[in-house]
Design a protein around this ligand. Structure first.
Ligand SMILES: NC(=O)c1ccc[n+]([C@@H]2O[C@H](COP(=O)([O-])OP(=O)(O)OC[C@H]3O[C@@H](n4cnc5c(N)ncnc54)[C@H](OP(=O)(O)O)[C@@H]3O)[C@@H](O)[C@H]2O)c1
Length: 320
């Protein structure tokens, strides 16, 4: 059996539970492609799983119920699938006989869902979307690093913004505009002609403006609450664990028929259709990848330590 490098999550805990190991190289089944991974990313979800830190702001007993659900799905004392990593970009090295949509040499990107496995040199995936992931041809104007960078925030932004029927001129407030989801959400809202108001920390104001935001509000300054206007849509792209007085105040700043959507409301569906839409937006130059920093796979612990601080700008990429 061939071998590959992979990062194994030995138990739930701090970044140091991650260990670089040599493991068996996977062999594709009749309905799978074998992807040689060139880049992955450390997403907020990777850190949630590794550290067993629940998303959302649930209280007793919901918090305990959610914790039990997470253990049932992911593993009781450690992840059942020990190689974490929710995103990947790479090249199809070989495939089973039933593969129709892809061929050897195709450059693909996607999300791995409950099968995880992005922190490795190789990964087998089905071409059909499922809770175990979705794949598409990567944007032809992006490197593997950029494609891995944009994939998580791209799919999440498209999924959670699908109920926003944004019309030109409408006012859209994006809370958490400097994160993985927020940086894509700002660009999507702008490309639809909205007036975009991005909320982030003061050090990220220029970044959010460069993505097209018309105005930027600093959530760390309570005086900013006076800058709130009345919005057609509000997207909480930061998640319910990330709170501020401004966020609380913004909930009263919606138009009568306006919509408030949080990325923690409902579970993400992994649809290849979202990826194809993301590819089109990237190739049309409407979305660019925002990468904070890049680490080699060997420095995954450092990358997790950084993402754990909860202030990454866009995405943290891992090269393989
Ligand atoms: N429903 C689902 O199925 C699902 C799936 C996956 C993820 N999620 C949610 O999506 C979240 C991840 O989003 P992401 O990857 O975009 O996050 P992220 O990139 O980790 O967010 C980092 C950003 O959060 C901002 N931030 C930190 N504290 C904040 C606060 N109190 N108020 C406003 N912004 C704050 C930081 O901005 P500054 O540095 O400018 O302060 C930073 O740019 C998860 O935490 C989870 O809640 C939901």
């Amino acid at each position: 059996m061939g071998k590959m490098k992979a990062v194994i999550c030995t138990k739930y805990g701090p970044p140091e539970v991650l260990q670089l190991k040599e493991v068996g190289k996977p062999i594709p089944k009749h309905n799978e492609v074998l992807i040689k991974i060139h880049a992955t990313a450390v997403t907020a979800s990777d850190c949630i799983i590794r550290g067993f830190n629940m998303p959302g702001d649930h209280k007793f007993p919901m918090k305990q119920i959610m914790g039990l659900m997470m253990r049932l799905y992911v593993g009781f004392t450690k992840p059942r699938k020990p190689i974490l990593g929710l995103v990947l970009s790479g090249v199809i090295e070989s495939h089973g006989e039933d593969i129709k949509q892809f061929k050897t040499g195709d450059q693909v990107y996607g999300m791995t869902g409950y099968s995880f496995g992005g922190y490795a040199e190789y990964k087998c995936m089905t071409e059909k979307e499922s809770k175990n992931g979705c794949l598409a041809i990567k944007p032809n104007n992006m490197s593997h690093q950029e494609a891995a960078s944009v994939s998580y925030g791209g799919i999440l932004a498209i999924h959670f913004m699908r109920e926003m029927n944004i019309q030109s001129g409408q006012k859209v407030l994006i809370y958490g505009a400097s994160g993985a989801i927020g940086t894509v959400a700002v660009q999507i809202a702008k490309s639809l002609g909205a007036e975009v108001i991005g909320v982030c920390g003061s050090s990220n104001a220029e970044l959010v403006k460069s993505l097209g935001a018309d105005k930027v509000i600093d959530y760390t300054n309570d005086g900013s609450i006076n800058k709130l206007e009345v919005y057609d849509y509000i997207l909480d792209a930061a998640g319910k664990n990330k709170k501020s007085n401004l966020k609380t105040a913004s909930k009263n700043a919606l138009k009568e028929n306006g919509k408030y959507i949080s990325v923690d409301d409902g579970l993400l569906e992994l649809r290849s259709e979202y990826l194809k839409q993301l590819t089109e937006l990237c190739e049309a130059g409407k979305i660019k990848a925002v990468t904070d920093s890049t680490y080699p796979l060997e420095q995954i612990v450092e990358a997790h330590r950084y993402v754990d601080q909860k202030h990454k700008k866009g995405n943290v990429v891992i090269t393989i």
